[in-house]
Ligand binder design. Structure first.
Ligand code: ASP
Length: 310
């Protein structure tokens, strides 16, 4: 049987050990393990990578500690505006959505946009209208209320600043979630989902729903899902850059990821990281911040879960 593998992230940033209780760390790890097991089960049963990444991201969206779906951060208006995208490396078809509220699983909507809308990218209220037509699950505002996110918003609510998902002034983390996978047929897929930045306004959209910036998949090269300071990831066209370096420069996945994240992004001032899988099922989880919530699993091996650098 051919290789299959999956990797996921729950955001990168300054995740400090001294601010993490054993209890909280265990919770984060459970969220990651549950998601990866779900995706892996699909791959092990001969399912497709696109189904696996969708299921893994959906599970992370349902887990309140990550900044996506249920745990999405508050905007300047006290609402939740979510972004998501998904891409199939076999067909190069993609779906993306930005600025939507009350949709339980934005990644599901992105998938439906890919398959049912005839378009790639829908946004705002009209995207919600499409979601209703497709019978996507909506939730009331209370579903998206978490005490921690509310406190984060209260700290900056009356200022002009927007903030990356963080729990404390000295702790800065990006809580976006994502998954990349390869199935037994050699097909690659990637998906990413986020609530964006606390106190964001003016319809701010980050890299997450932008195909080529936050998400990209191509069977010829790799599948990539990013997390970090979106403005920089957009300008550096990060996910597509990794793929291009492999396709046009012949770099390995490892070389391309290290160059983009540890060199190009750093020079630009862009903090964050990415997860990637190539067509030979090599996995990379690279970040230039202090930590990244991440997990990976290949051919039913033990699940590897990490938060900090080592
Ligand atoms: N990249 C996301 C954004 O800029 C944030 C994150 O990764 O947490 O919206």
């Amino acid at each position: 049987m051919k290789n299959f593998a999956i990797a996921i992230h729950g955001g990168a940033g300054t995740i400090l050990r001294n601010q993490m209780t054993a209890e909280k760390e265990a919770l984060y790890k459970k969220g990651l393990v549950d998601a990866i097991e779900l995706g892996n089960k699909i791959l092990a049963a001969g399912g497709s990578s696109i189904d696996a990444v969708e299921a893994a991201v959906e599970s992370l969206e349902n887990f309140p500690l990550f900044n996506a779906g249920r745990g999405a951060v508050f905007t300047n208006k006290g609402t939740h505006e979510m972004d998501a995208s998904i891409m199939d490396g076999y067909t190069l078809e993609a779906g993306a959505v930005s600025g939507i509220s009350n949709v339980q699983n934005p990644v599901k909507l992105a998938r439906l946009i890919k398959e049912k809308s005839g378009h790639v990218f829908l946004s705002g209220k009209e995207a919600e209208e499409f979601a209703r037509i497709q019978h996507v699950q909506f939730q009331p505002d209370e579903y998206f209320f978490t005490e921690e996110r509310y406190k984060q918003w209260q700290e900056v609510k009356n200022t002009d600043s927007y903030q990356l998902d963080h729990a404390d002034k000295s702790e800065k983390k990006f809580g976006t979630v994502g998954a990349v996978a390869i199935d037994i047929y050699g097909n690659l897929a990637a998906a990413t989902s986020t609530g964006g930045m606390t106190n964001k306004r003016f319809g701010r959209v980050g890299d997450t729903p932008m195909i080529g910036a936050g998400t990209y998949a191509n069977n010829k090269t790799c599948a990539v899902s990013c997390t970090g300071h979106g403005e920089f990831f957009i300008r550096a066209v990060v996910a597509y850059d990794v793929s291009c370096l492999m396709e046009y420069k012949g770099m390995t996945l490892n070389e391309a990821c290290l160059f983009v994240v540890k060199d190009k992004l750093v020079k630009l001032g862009g903090e964050g990281g990415l997860i990637a899988i190539d067509k030979d099922a090599n996995i990379e989880l690279v970040f230039n911040s202090e930590g990244m919530y991440r997990a990976w699993k290949k051919n039913n091996s033990e699940t590897e879960v990490r938060i900090y650098e080592a």
